[in-house]
Design a protein. Sequence first.
Length: 167
Amino acid sequence: MPRHHLIEEAKAELDVAYEEVKRAEREIMALESEYNERIKVSDAKEACVETLMAEKERRQDDCRIEEIYKLQKNAIERFARISSAFTIIGSVHSDGVGVDLLRGLLFSKQGSRTGNVEIDRAVKAFVRNLRAFSLDEGGYELDKDVRESWAVIEEILNEGHQAPDDN
């Protein structure tokens, strides 16, 4: 079975995003602890507490946790789409069935199979390239073709065609 670098890269992206979330959450918790201690030491004078709370919130905002959560969500969704695509294509013996299933998964909001020529071409190219990659035990050129055809699918998804989870 050939190594699927596209999946490995998506998994690595997910791991990086997960580690970044953990780092930011630890940083926020450390700030929370630090400022709780500073408030205790300040004898809880109202003006001082307000100043410390504002400072803490500003520093926590600097952690960009919401942005990092969004990056993690995107990495999860990308990994899930790629894994599902590989599973679908690996589990069916017909390119046509694979195209229908993959198109339904990624572009269900686009309606019937004949709804958009650009989508159909991209999905067919990916299915053809992935099947060739899997049957020929990989190879640089076939791996490159899989990556490029998946990049076209992602470009279409990012142009505004919604995947099922983008509601």
